[in-house]
Design a protein around this ligand. Structure first.
Ligand code: SF4
Length: 264
């Protein structure tokens, strides 16, 4: 009997990214996410690992393609020279990478063995065994921290904070993996003083000194129209420079070094 070839559902491969890990990176977006963040810029990745259709510019399109590990590797290696010169590599993103654990693991293992720097972006919302199975093939872990109040987190995005924290702390115990906490700055959700101070307290407890801050944007807004879904944050303005600076200073005065995109 012929053995089945492992395939993963990939909804985008983005080249020349400089915000998703060290150096210049190619980001492979895997479909499927257990959360339901109202601000999601990749709503087409949400829900189960199944193809989605949307109507874009009047045309019905399938979002996502089943690809083999070899197909993804061949595409990513086109930019190997940029990885070598910038210290970059490949980043798996989503959705939640661990929704397609077997495929993600095989991809990371292949890249790691080829000497390509590997990273994942993750929500931290899964049983720890899943994370443990990827750790041997990871150089960098971009780890989202969103809402620290357990009830609010459960209600608003569907995330169990205790699971997120346990996985974050597990990752920090790995001496050979760089763990980067990342906080999406979403007005009225994550940027309340209570939430930001809870994140700061938590990071200070763990002796973490650097944090990445990701300001809210509206780049994903049109995707909700393509999908025919309501976008709750459609009219939400982006944060002003003064609000961003105030948040930046809040971290700085609490002994953290914030790295924020787009702040002069
Ligand atoms: S975790 Fe990311 S991909 Fe999943 S719903 Fe939230 S913002 Fe969207």
């Amino acid at each position: 009997m012929k053995s089945e070839v492992l395939k993963g559902l990939v909804f985008n491969i983005q080249r020349y990214s400089i915000h998703d890990g060290t150096g210049i990176r190619t980001v492979v977006f895997l479909k499927g996410c257990p959360l339901k963040c109202p601000w999601c810029a990749n709503p087409e990745s949400q829900k189960a690992v199944t193809p989605t259709t949307w109507i874009k510019n009047g045309k019905l399109e399938n979002v996502g393609e089943w690809l083999t590990v070899s197909e993804v590797v061949a595409e990513v290696l086109k930019d190997e020279v940029f990885f070598r010169t910038s210290g970059g590599g490949v980043t798996l993103s989503g959705g939640e990478v661990l929704m397609q654990m077997a495929f993600a693991r095989e991809l990371l293992k292949t890249f790691y063995e080829l000497g390509i720097h590997t990273a994942i972006e993750t929500t931290g919302c899964y049983p720890k065994e899943r994370l443990l199975s990827l750790l041997p093939y990871l150089n960098e872990l971009l780890f989202d921290l969103k809402l620290m109040d357990s009830q609010q987190s459960k209600q608003v995005i569907g995330a169990d904070v205790e699971t997120v924290k346990a996985n974050f702390e597990l990752a920090l115990m790995q001496s050979d993996i760089e763990v980067v906490p990342r906080i999406p700055l979403i007005p009225t959700y994550t940027t309340t003083p209570d939430n930001l101070l809870a994140i700061i307290d938590y990071l200070n407890t763990l002796n973490i000194r650097t944090v990445h801050l990701l300001p809210f944007h509206q780049y994903g807004s049109s995707k909700y129209d393509y999908l025919g879904w309501e976008y709750q944050l459609k009219d939400m303005p982006t944060l002003s420079d003064s609000s961003l600076k105030a948040i930046y200073q809040m971290f700085e005065t609490n002994e953290l070094t914030p790295i924020m995109e787009g702040l002069a």
